[in-house]
Every structure is written in C-alpha cells, then in structure tokens.
Design a binder for this molecule. Structure first.
Ligand code: ZN
Ligand code: ZN
Length: 240
C-alpha cells in the first residue's frame, strides 16, 4: 500500500479506507470511512467495563460495577479508553504509528473519554514513553501526540520528559501471554525528575491498552516517586 508520510500531502490526496477500501470523504475521519467509524464501539459511563482497568466485559451488564479479576495487582488507579480496538479506531491507531496526526473524529472520541476518569484541574498529563531507540527510528512518540491533545483539550499541564523508558521491550509483544508481557516491561520505566512528580495526580496517556502491563509499570515508577494517583487514558482498548 502506498503510504504518504507527510500528513499535509495525505490531506490533499484521496484516502481509501484502511478497513474496507472505500473512498474516505473528507479529512476529519482520517484513514477510515464513515461506515467503519460507525461500527466502532465507543465506551461510555454505561459500557460494561471492569471498574479498575476498563476492560470491556463481553458478558457484563451495562452500568454494573464489575471487576475483570486480571488487574488486581496493577499499580494505576483506573484506566479508561475512548473505544474498542476495532474497525476505524484500530486503523487510526496503526496509522498514528506512521503519521503524527490525529483526525478530528478520533480526537473528539478521546476528548469524550476524559470525563470517564476522575480527572481534576490539579492533574498533569504524561505520555507512556517510547525508548530513545524507538523514538529515533520513528521520529515521534504517538503517545506524546495524544498526550498533547489531551493536555490542550483538558487545559492540563503536560510533562513529556519526567517519565522515561530505560529499557526497550521486545517487539513482538502481541505474541506474549500476560505473564511474559508483565516480565518484559518490569523495570522498563524510570522517573528523571521526582520533584515534579511528588504528590501530583498523573493522567497517563497511550494509544492502545492491551494487558495494561506497560501502564501498570509506569504507574509503579510514578508512585514510587511520590505520585498521589495515576489514571490511564488510551485512545483504544484491545477487546478480550
Ligand atoms: Zn471503511
Ligand atoms: Zn480489570
């Protein structure tokens, strides 16, 4: 597939839906067509989610408070996502790894998800960091692109530099089971400026949450350095 790396160039060229191949009308829907956006399950206060990690509970009852049982030992307080990792939203997350641009349909969905978390004016926004090596390869951090958006929308200060990834995790993390993922990110994050973290409430932002292991280990580092709370917001949430 021809990939236009310059978002300005791709704005003027017609885009074909990365999900179904139909022509995408207008730029606000990004790389997916309207029909594929309408198939995405966006998450709301009424969605059947794990109260802590925000996992979509396939057999859950809407609005019921439930726990998935797999996030008890995670170090963040709560995690929520704009929608499930499917159709237009998964295509958008994948494209965001190549092009640092969030189409307005995705930006609005992320904005709507902020109030799903107990976020107040005393929070600071931080992205889940990429390793230096990965950042050099890619040229940008997709989580930072989303964190800047959240910071601007919610009018909260942004700190992109106090939390760093000190160790690269393996590339093929999707093939790992939960235990292997947990082990691969343990000790992968560190806080460089603890004075800026102490007693602060952190809103951690990432593109997609799968097992929650990365978010949990970020939260572990932040809390070890005195963060009062860590909540996690992601654009998408893996199903299952
Ligand atoms: Zn489509
Ligand atoms: Zn859970």
């Amino acid at each position: 597939m021809l990939r236009l790396l310059d978002p300005l160039v791709s704005l003027v060229f017609p885009e074909f839906c990365h999900v179904c191949g139909e022509l995408v009308e207008g730029t606000s829907d990004g790389v997916a067509c309207r029909a594929c956006w309408e198939r995405v399950r966006f998450l709301t206060v009424d969605s059947p989610l794990c109260g802590k990690c925000g996992r979509f509970l396939l057999d859950g009852r809407p609005g019921a408070v439930a726990r998935c049982g797999q996030c008890n030992d995670h170090f963040y307080d709560q995690a929520r996502s704009a929608g499930l990792y499917e159709f237009a939203l998964s295509a958008t997350v994948l494209n965001l790894k190549n092009v640092p641009w969030v189409p307005s349909t995705a930006a609005k969905a992320l904005e709507r998800a902020i109030p799903l978390l107990p976020v107040g004016p005393d929070h600071i926004v931080m992205p889940v960091p990429l390793s230096k090596k990965r950042l050099a390869e890619r040229g940008f951090d997709q989580a930072a692109v989303l964190a800047r958006l959240v910071s601007r929308t919610a009018r909260l200060p942004l700190d992109e530099f106090s939390l760093i990834r000190v160790r690269d995790t393996q590339m093929h993390r999707t093939a790992m089971d939960r235990k292997a993922r947990e082990a691969s990110v343990k000790g992968a994050f560190a806080v460089t400026r603890p004075a800026l973290i102490k007693d602060r409430h952190v809103l951690l932002v990432d593109d997609v949450m799968t097992t929650g292991a990365s978010a949990s280990h970020c939260a572990f580092s932040l809390k070890k350095n005195g963060a009062a709370s860590v909540n996690v917001l992601t654009l998408a949430r893996a199903v299952g």
